[in-house]
Design a protein. Sequence first.
Lengths: 198, 198
Amino acid sequence: MRTRRAVLEAAAHVIGTRGYEAATMAEIIQRAGVTKGAVYFHFRSKDALARAVIREQTDPFVPPVSDSRLQDAIDFTHQVALALRSDPMIQAGTRIAVETTFSDEPLVPYQAWIDIMATMFTEARDNGELLPAVAPDRAAEFFVASYMGVQLFSRAATNRADLPERVTTLWKHTLPGLASPGALSHLDPHGRPAHVTV
Amino acid sequence: MRTRRAVLEAAAHVIGTRGYEAATMAEIIQRAGVTKGAVYFHFRSKDALARAVIREQTDPFVPPVSDSRLQDAIDFTHQVALALRSDPMIQAGTRIAVETTFSDEPLVPYQAWIDIMATMFTEARDNGELLPAVAPDRAAEFFVASYMGVQLFSRAATNRADLPERVTTLWKHTLPGLASPGALSHLDPHGRPAHVTV
């Protein structure tokens, strides 16, 4: 398992730095400091490695659980914003999402994020926190897509230094179309400080 | 000027197909069918070529002008959605935006889009169409960032076949946080058919 982890970390570094197309198995193998045979034992191809990086990227997150599932969703996206500044695995995951395609499972780079948001939005709906017209699954897809754009924009603008502020802006713009009036007045788009550490 | 245009179209095709990093000047020159000297007379480097593609991509658009500048903004984004399905210049522009960085002018791939949206949002505010808390410039930045994510998601999901529908969803989610109640009831997030052709 140490070899597998070393290869994944090397892959995240190389893909995060060079981009998916320019990353080569040779450079990943060299950086991991393991034998070529050991790498191919765990991952048959760069595609297999990319899928493993994608599966790995959501692992460190434990979405908060409180009385307000919509506030939990806000806090979670701020946790992810902080991780995007420093975690090579999630940084590589975003490059894979925008630079390559998986024709058999096209949404694989996004799916785990959609599932997390859809669960929180569904529970928020059951709590009466959503406007009646909002469909939790569709809203989760929209939110993940929009968040991807916001973090790419922040990467271009400030190497993600302003990402927490842009995530707050994203919520300010979208909460009026998501939250019931009763929920809206209690929600903090900045996230609750105690829940935003990773 | 024919040489310049041929080189730009070749660059758009090669960057749109291979991505920015993997695109080479050699392949662009070969596809353009012109001499190396002619290319370098117009564009000193791949970076210069990328900037020219970015400048070129907004040219075909004539944003509509009607009594409702917010409806004009909606219609404009639907025009862009249709162009994203077929126009190599704008497709290449999105790949350049997400795959490279311009350290001297980091927002250059986004700026023309932001300017167009900011103008329409500012005029919408002057017409009383925006909620008082909305700052047109910040809203334009948010909207362009979010739109980038939505079109990337649609590219992954359906090669942009569902992009018009996803742009409609984007507006449904964001109009309640943008538009004054009086304006909201008159706006069509699907865009007005007559204004959505390109």
